[in-house]
Ligand binder design. Structure first.
Ligand code: UD1
Length: 334
């Protein structure tokens, strides 16, 4: 089977490309490198020892995308490409809606023209509203708190309507919790082009002395130690979730939605302390004001993904901390 991976040079896209190749799939990557680098393509080839075609293009560019489908027999698509910075989305919502919705619509149109009807979509835990105890089930209320989350939810609605109109589609929506970690080779990982918004990319830059200090946003949450609790999942586990999703679509058509997380919450302080211990490095921090829009606790109910996909995250917080730092150290000395 040949799978088109949009955004395949990005953080989750590159790790999923590796797992796809390992599992025996052929892949084609398209990426415009807006938040990634073309070197990643060679690194995926180096890790797997396998070759594949890649195209530098914007998924919103229908003519270019059509060429990809004409030149390759694509059997299914995993759609990662999209903007993902929450703060930026609040400042420039139109840009976010334009890019994230346009790319999905363009892709679905071109897929339909080529009778390619297997689709795995990168959604996010941020489609959920605030739940009372922080645990999110797939049928928990949906109420994103920022434009980025809205673009994910609107895309989910589009996919639901598409399936309703034509049940020969097979669609899996994956709602990611907090992916961190990196491939154990240290060749690929998370490397945001701007100042990171998310916790782990910030921690690694403090540990490697690029930044002086981590600012922990609030220590008065109703949690074990006052700092925010999230469901961190190793990016390799998350990537394997996509293989499970494709296996599901190879068996049956339908529209399926799954959380991908570990089902366990970890606080900011727990993550920082584990990182320091595992890597034997100091992470200086100070407590600052809460970040607008943050909740006390957010973690996944993972029962559905386990029951229906046989998916279970296996890597520990220690693995995530070790692999995140290994990637940074390896790429500093290169
Ligand atoms: C954030 C987004 C979420 C998005 C996800 C993508 C917000 C409100 N939510 O989730 O919509 O899907 O990223 O990965 O932006 N923290 C610090 N200091 C930092 C950075 C973070 O203390 O410099 C804390 C946060 O307050 C939070 C935890 O670390 O308690 C995790 O933050 P982050 O990595 O940004 O993820 P989320 O907020 O869960």
């Amino acid at each position: 089977m040949k799978i088109l991976v949009t955004g395949g040079a990005g953080f989750i896209g590159s790790h999923t490309s590796v797992e796809l190749l390992k599992a025996g799939y052929e892949i084609v990557i398209v990426d415009n490198y807006s938040n990634s680098s073309p070197d990643v393509i060679d690194k995926i080839k180096k890790i797997t020892g396998k070759d594949f075609k890649n195209y530098e293009l914007d998924v919103c560019d229908k003519d270019s995308l059509e060429k990809v489908f004409e030149e390759n027999q694509i059997d299914g698509v995993i759609h990662f490409a999209g903007f993902k910075a929450v703060g930026e989305s609040s400042k420039n919502p139109v840009m976010y809606y334009r890019n994230n919705i346009d790319s999905t619509l363009t892709l679905l149109e071109v897929m339909k023209q080529h009778n390619c009807k297997k689709f795995v979509f990168s959604s996010s835990a941020c489609v959920y509203g605030n739940t009372s105890d922080g645990k999110c089930c797939e049928d928990s209320p949906l109420a994103p708190t920022n434009p980025y989350g809205e673009t994910k939810l609107v895309s989910e609605f589009i996919l639901k309507d598409l399936y309703k109109s034509d049940n020969s589609w097979g669609i899996v929506i994956l709602r990611y919790f907090n992916p961190i970690g990196a491939h154990e080779s240290g060749l690929i990982g998370e490397n945001p082009k701007d100042i990171p918004n998310n916790l782990m990319p910030y921690i690694v830059r403090v540990a490697s002395k690029e930044y002086d200090m981590l600012h922990i946003f609030g220590n008065d949450y109703k949690t074990i130690d006052g700092t925010g609790v999230r469901d961190y999942i190793h990016v390799v586990d998350l990537s394997i979730g996509h293989i499970k999703a494709l296996e599901k679509l190879n068996k049956e058509n339908g529209l399926f939605t799954y959380n991908l997380g570990t089902g366990h919450g970890v606080s900011v302080l727990e993550l920082v302390n584990t990182f320091s211990k595992v890597n034997n490095v100091e992470v200086k921090y100070e407590f600052t004001a809460r970040r607008l829009g943050d909740v006390d606790i957010n973690y996944a109910d993972v029962t559905k993904a386990y029951n229906e996909l046989g998916f279970k995250a296996t890597k520990t917080i220690e693995d995530m901390c070790r692999d995140s730092y290994n990637y940074v150290l390896k790429n500093k000395s290169n």
